[in-house]
Design a protein around this ligand. Structure first.
Ligand code: 5GP
Length: 201
C-alpha cells in the first residue's frame, strides 16, 4: 500500500496559515490535520481535541520524557508539540498528514523524518504583515511588536524549507491549491513511482 507523506506548513503570525490550512483540509478531506498538544489556554471557540489537546505543563513534560512527542517547541512561553502515535499511524495507513507548526519544530521533523516536506507560507510584504497583525485588534502593542520580530526571524529561515507559498490578500483558496499541488507532485516523485518500470521488463 502507498504510504502517507508528512507535510509541514509553517508561517509567521499574519501569514494566514490557519485559514489556508483549514481551506486545504476542507477542500481535500482525505488529508489529516495533526492535532497538537499545547500548554496555552484555549481561546474563545477553541475546543479540546479539536483545535488542540490543551494539557498542563506537568503533563506535557511527562509526554516529552516518555518520547510521545514527534517534535516540540516553546512559543510565547508555552509548549507546543505533535503527538507521535497519531501521525505515524495515519502515515502507515496511507494517509497524508499536515502539521501546522512553527519553525523550530519544523526543523526537528526535517531531521527526523526522511522525505518530510516543508512548506513556508509568507505574507507578500512587511507592510501587509503589519497591517494584518494590527487588523486583528486583539493584541496589545507589545505583543504585536514581539510577533513582528518573530515573524521576521521565521521568514529568514525560508531557505531551510522545500517550498514557499505567498499569501496575497484574498489569496486563501489559491494558496490552499498551491499546497495541494505540492502534495500531488511529491507523490509523483520517481522514488515512489519507479516500481512501474517492472511492468515493462
Ligand atoms: P497559536 O497559539 O497561535 O495557536 O500557535 C502559535 C504557534 O505555534 C504557531 O506558529 C503554530 O503554528 C505553532 N504550533 C502549533 N502547534 C504546534 C506544534 O505541535 N509544534 C510546534 N513546534 N509548533 C506548533
Amino acid at each position: 500500500m502507498r504510504k502517507g507523506l508528512l507535510f509541514i506548513v509553517s508561517g509567521p503570525a499574519g501569514s494566514g496559515k490557519g485559514t489556508v490550512v483549514n481551506e486545504l483540509i476542507n477542500s481535500h478531506p482525505e488529508l489529516k490535520l495533526s492535532i497538537s498538544a499545547t500548554t496555552r489556554q484555549p481561546r474563545p471557540g477553541e475546543a479540546h481535541g479539536v483545535h488542540y489537546y490543551f494539557i498542563s505543563r506537568d503533563e506535557f513534560e511527562k509526554r516529552i520524557e516518555n518520547g510521545e512527542m514527534l517534535e516540540w517547541a516553546t512559543y510565547s512561553g508555552n509548549y507546543y508539540g505533535t503527538p507521535q502515535k497519531e501521525v505515524l499511524e495515519a502515515m502507515e495507513n496511507g494517509i497524508d498528514v499536515i502539521l501546522e507548526i512553527e519553525v523550530d519544530g519544523a526543523m526537528q521533523i526535517k531531521k527526523k523524518i526522511k522525505n518530510s516536506v516543508a512548506v513556508m507560507l509568507t505574507p507578500p510584504s512587511k507592510e501587509v504583515l503589519e497591517n494584518r497583525l494590527r487588523g486583528r485588534g486583539t493584541e496589545t502593542e507589545d505583543v504585536i511588536k514581539w510577533r513582528l520580530g518573530r515573524a521576521k526571524e521565521e521568514i529568514m529561515l525560508m531557505p531551510e524549507y522545500d517550498y514557499s507559498v505567498i499569501n496575497e490578500d484574498g489569496g486563501i483558496k489559491k494558496c490552499a491549491e498551491e499546497i495541494y499541488a505540492i502534495i500531488k507532485a511529491e507523490h509523483n516523485k520517481t522514488i515512489y513511482t519507479s516500481q512501474i518500470i517492472e511492468k515493462f521488463i
